[in-house]
Write a protein that binds this ligand. Structure first.
Ligand code: ARG
Length: 466
């Protein structure tokens, strides 16, 4: 049968193998070992400073914990299912190493505040990493946008060609989405920056602990106000998962466009061979797998969010074992989003922009119809009437197989007599783009201003995270 339990005093027989395996979380929570040891070192120091244990005892515990740290780092530590989770695995080894004094570490603490502490620390660090990766992607977007400033492409609504826009403006749209993702993550980090230590199981302790000291040593800005809350909630995890889901959704939309644009039908970009694969049957194929998988993985991340929210709803306060189920989705979501960020960064930084194809696409599909309607409006024709006149012109063109660039002044005049010779100037996509100088317009000057602001934000990146 299995090894004696840390909590075995109350129990007659040891648990069967099936139950041990079912309840154990060590296979996944071992990933939290660094935070667990750092938390324990801070706790041991606090126990000595407050006189709860002796200085020499704390020193022995801290020495022992450092040995455990080295053992894990060197791959020499044996993680055992029968010791349930990372907390008990480490404590068990500590006692093996330094003897019964190791058992003094868990005074004035419970695994309930301990696990919550570990995950708070994990979330803070991961937020910093994700923000760093988003920054790298944003920097790539900015350099792509600034090196392709003159490129005009069709902008789309309903996946139908709508109006010409600057390719740079289209790409910068993603910069701002990711910027809001960073803001959301930074905001979520503020709420994760709160130490639950001191709550113990839920009711606090009779020992004269100093939660402020442990919080400060571990780099927390705050401590929880309420111990029951501290061990009960996982809102900082759900919030992080939601922020990650939005990052995944933004990545998915970008990836989806990359898939479309790299098709022969669009031909707007050419992917580097490094981010494409071939077909096992069709020799001609170059498939945009990396982008497709980024798009496809969004469902996992949303699933992870739904998983944790559903698990949490309806749980009575305070700790419940259900909450052990928070870790795998958390780890999965953060790993997935980090991988996707790296994959899209590689895709975007190596893709070739096909300027001619984008510009050619602006010549078909009546993208400049709005320019003609605006021309009439400037001549005093009510916009609705102008809209109708240009609509009927487009209809005639479709019937006679013409594009707008083929129309004559006579064609225009027969649609509405207010059209003059100068109306033909409207039929230049670059001109249409250049004239959109209002804020939120797509002119080069507006896009240049965005790029400048984006560079300013990228340069000041450190202020944002903390
Ligand atoms: N492995 C547990 C978890 O991940 C740690 C806390 C366990 N507490 C307890 N009383 N069983 O949530």
């Amino acid at each position: 049968m299995s090894a004696p339990k840390a909590w075995g005093g109350r129990f007659g027989e040891s648990a069967g193998r099936l139950v041990e395996e079912f309840t154990s979380s060590i296979s996944f929570d071992k990933r939290l070992w660094r935070y667990d040891i750092l938390g324990s070192i801070a706790h041991a120091r606090m126990l000595a400073n407050t006189g709860i244990i002796a200085e020499e005892e704390a020193a022995a515990i801290i020495e022992g914990l450092k040995t455990v740290w080295n053992e894990i780092e060197e791959g020499k530590f044996e993680f055992r299912t029968e010791y349930e989770d990372i907390h008990l695995n480490i404590e068990r080894r500590l006692i093996e190493l330094i003897g019964p004094v190791g058992g003094k570490l868990h005074a004035a603490r419970s695994r309930n505040d301990q696990v919550s502490l570990d995950v708070h620390m994990f979330v803070k660090d991961e937020i910093d990493e994700v923000i760093g990766l988003i920054r790298d992607l944003q920097a790539t977007i900015v350099s792509l946008a600034s090196s392709h400033m003159g490129v005009v492409m069709p902008g789309f609504t309903h996946t139908q060609r709508a109006q010409p826009v600057l390719f740079s403006n289209h790409m910068m749209a993603y910069f701002w989405m990711f910027q809001r993702d960073i803001e959301r993550l930074s905001d979520c980090r503020k709420r994760a920056d709160r130490s639950p230590l001191g709550a113990c199981a839920l009711a606090g302790t009779t020992f004269p602990i100093d939660p402020k000291q442990t919080a400060e040593e571990l780099g927390f800005a705050h401590i929880y106000e309420n111990g029951i809350d501290a061990v009960s909630d996982r809102d900082y995890i759900m919030e992080f998962l939601f922020a990650l889901t939005l990052v995944a959704v933004h990545l998915s939309r970008l990836a989806g466009e990359i898939v479309l644009w790299s098709s022969v039908e669009f031909g707007f970009i050419e992917l580097d061979d490094a981010v494409a694969t071939g077909s096992s049957i069709m020799p001609q194929k170059k498939n945009p797998d990396v982008a497709e998988l980024v798009r496809g993985k969004t469902g996992r991340v949303l699933g992870d969010l739904v998983n944790v929210i559903t698990m949490m709803k309806g749980l009575p306060l305070a700790y419940n074992s259900d909450m052990q189920e928070d870790k795998e989705p958390l780890f999965d979501a953060v790993d997935t989003v980090k991988k996707c960020l790296g994959a899209i960064q590689l895709t975007v930084s190596t893709m070739k922009v096909k300027k001619e194809a984008m510009e050619r696409a602006c010549e078909q599909g009546f993208l400049l119809a709005t320019e003609l309607a605006d021309y009439l409006t400037r001549k005093g024709v009510p916009f609705r009437e102008a809209h109708r006149a240009v609509g009927s012109l487009v209809k005639q063109c479709i019937e006679s197989g013409k594009e707008l660039r083929d129309v004559t002044v006579d064609d225009l005049r027969s649609a509405n007599p207010e059209f003059g010779e100068d109306a033909l100037l409207c039929l230049d996509p670059s001109r249409a783009v250049k004239l959109r100088t209002g804020r939120l317009g797509t002119s080069p000057e507006v896009v240049r201003a965005q790029i400048e602001e984006a560079r300013r934000l990228l340069a000041g990146q450190d202020n944002l995270t903390h």
